[in-house]
Write a protein of this length. Sequence first.
Length: 101
Amino acid sequence: MTFKEFINSMDQVIPPSKVNKLCEALWYDAKGDWDTAHQIAQSIRSHYGSWVHAYLHRKEGDLTNAAYWYYQAGKKMPKKSLEEEWNEIAKEAVKTCYNSI
């Protein structure tokens, strides 16, 4: 799956079939379903999962919780916009969309 294909999948009612949980969490966030995205991100035990989890708490405005998850992901809290960060994470995620993370 390419980044463009992933973005185009936002027109669908459900996420693309067989994508991993990381892509699924980002898909739900992009569709405005923060709660589902957060629930999925919590279940991903990797630095990618921690990164998505951090991003979601930053988006929520819970910067203390976000800082913890950025640390778990081995990253610093970014100064870029949420949209820029989502795109950065999604571009990394689509490289692994059909692998387990």
